[in-house]
Design a protein around this ligand. Structure first.
Ligand SMILES: CC(C)(COP(=O)(O)OP(=O)(O)OC[C@H]1O[C@@H](n2cnc3c(N)ncnc32)[C@H](O)[C@@H]1OP(=O)(O)O)[C@@H](O)C(=O)NCCC(=O)NCCS
Length: 347
C-alpha cells in the first residue's frame, strides 16, 4: 500500500461535509489508535478493499451494543467509496429514528466503552471517542433525515455514482497532501471548498434545497458557511474597514472558525461576520462588516443575528464581541450587554 503523509490537526474546525472536523484529532499511524487533542499526522492511503469488511465487522458489534434500539448503521466518509484513497479510518453513522432516541443511543454506546464528545459544533450529530483497542474509526449518532445524516449519505452516494467527481476529490486530497505538513490549514481549507461544491450538487440532484439554512430578507440572502470568494471577502473587508485591499487574512482565520455568515445581493457579497470558537461554549464575533453603500439598512444586525442563532445551534452558551466606543449602539441593537473585559497589548 503506498502511503502519503497528508495531515495535521484541527479541533472541529469545519462543521460540514463528509470526513471533516474533529476527525482530524485522531491519530492513525503505525497501527496506533486513539484520540489526540494536539498536532498529529495522518496518512492518505490507497483504497483498501478490506475497509468494507472492517466496517461490516464493526457494524455487527455496534448493533449488539445498541440493545434492540431501532437504528441503521451506515459506512460513510471516504473509506466507503470504492477506489477512493482515504485516511485509513472508518467513518460510521448510527442513524436513530427520532431526536428522542439520541439519549438512548448515547447511553448504549457509553456502556460499550465509547466516550461522548457532544456535537462538536455540528447540530444534530453526536460524536464519540472510540473504546481502546477498537479499529480506528469515527463514530457519530445522527437523526434520520437530519442535515448531518443527509450530508453524509448524499456525499457518499454522489462519489459512488460519479467516479469523475471521486477522482477530482482524490486529486484535491493528493495535491494538497503534497503541501503538507507546511500548510495543513491550506489542505483542510482547499478540501472544504470542494466538499461544499459537491454537497450543493448532491443536494440539488436529490431535489433538496441547496442550502436549507439560507434566509432571504429584502432581496438580501443570508447564509451560514457559504463558499466565499477570496477576492470578494477581501474587497468587502477593505471597503468596510477603510483598509488597503489585500490585507484581510481570511484563508488563515477560516479554519479556526466555527462558521461565518454572508449577506449577498444578486450574488455580490455585501455583509459578513466570522464566528471564532473555543470548541466548547464560547464563541467570538470577528470582522463584522457591511459594504459602505449598504450600511444602516439593518444588514449588520441581521448577519449578527444569524451568527448568534448558528452559535446557539452549535451548543455555544456565550457569544463575545469586542468593539470601539463608536459601535456601542450597533452592538446594543444586536442585543449585546457591555461587560468588563481584559485587554493587553503584546505587540
Ligand atoms: C458596524 C457595521 C457592521 C454595522 O452594519 P450596518 O448594516 O450598518 O448596521 P445596521 O443597519 O444593522 O444597524 C443596526 C443599528 O445599529 C446602530 N448603528 C449601526 N451603525 C451605527 C453607527 N455607525 N453609529 C451609531 N449607531 C449605529 C443603529 O442603532 C442601527 O439602527 P438604525 O439604523 O435603525 O438607527 C458597519 O457599519 C460596518 O461594516 N462598519 C465598518 C466595519 C466595523 O467597524 N465593523 C465592526 C467591527 S467590531
Amino acid at each position: 500500500m503506498s502511503i502519503a503523509l497528508v495531515g495535521a490537526v484541527l479541533i472541529s474546525l469545519i462543521a460540514l461535509g463528509a470526513d471533516q472536523g474533529g476527525d482530524w484529532t485522531r491519530r492513525a499511524m503505525g497501527g496506533q489508535a486513539g484520540i489526540v487533542e494536539g498536532p498529529a499526522y495522518l496518512y492518505l492511503a490507497e483504497y483498501d478493499p478490506e475497509w468494507p469488511h472492517r466496517f461490516a465487522e464493526l457494524a455487527v458489534q455496534l448493533r449488539a451494543a445498541m440493545r434492540g434500539l431501532s437504528v441503521e448503521i451506515e459506512h460513510v466518509g471516504s473509506t466507503s467509496v470504492p477506489g477512493l484513497a482515504a485516511k485509513p479510518m472508518l467513518d460510521v453513522d448510527i442513524v436513530v429514528q427520532t431526536t428522542a432516541d439520541v439519549g438512548a443511543a448515547v447511553n448504549c454506546l457509553e456502556r460499550a466503552g465509547y466516550r461522548a464528545k457532544g456535537t462538536r459544533g455540528v447540530p444534530g450529530r453526536e460524536a464519540f471517542d472510540q473504546p481502546p483497542g477498537a479499529p480506528v474509526h469515527a463514530l457519530y449518532v445522527v437523526v434520520q433525515g437530519s442535515k448531518p445524516h443527509l450530508d453524509h449519505m448524499l456525499f457518499r452516494d454522489l462519489l459512488c455514482r460519479r467516479p469523475d467527481l471521486a477522482a477530482r476529490y482524490e486529486s484535491v486530497k493528493r495535491a494538497n497532501a503534497d503541501r503538507l505538513p507546511a500548510d495543513w490549514l491550506g489542505y483542510s481549507d482547499a478540501k472544504a471548498d470542494l466538499i461544499t461544491e459537491l454537497l450543493v450538487l448532491a443536494r440539488s440532484d436529490a431535489g433538496l434545497p441547496v442550502d436549507p439554512s439560507a434566509v432571504e430578507e429584502d432581496g438580501v440572502l443570508y447564509r451560514w458557511r457559504a463558499a466565499v470568494d477570496d477576492r470578494a471577502i477581501d474587497d468587502l473587508h477593505a471597503d468596510a474597514f477603510g483598509e488597503t485591499p489585500g490585507s484581510y487574512r481570511w484563508r488563515r482565520s477560516r479554519p479556526l472558525s466555527l462558521g461565518w455568515v454572508t449577506a449577498s445581493e444578486d450574488g455580490r457579497l455585501i455583509g459578513f461576520v466570522n464566528v471564532a470558537w473555543d470548541g466548547d461554549c464560547h464563541a467570538f464575533l470577528l470582522d463584522t462588516a457591511v459594504a459602505s453603500a449598504y450600511q444602516r439598512r439593518g444588514i449588520g444586525r441581521r448577519v449578527v443575528a444569524k451568527a448568534l442563532e448558528e452559535a446557539h445551534n452549535a451548543g455555544c452558551a456565550w457569544v463575545h464581541v469586542d468593539y470601539g466606543r463608536h459601535l456601542s449602539d450597533f452592538y446594543a441593537a444586536c442585543g449585546f450587554t457591555p461587560t468588563a473585559a481584559g485587554l493587553r497589548r503584546v505587540k
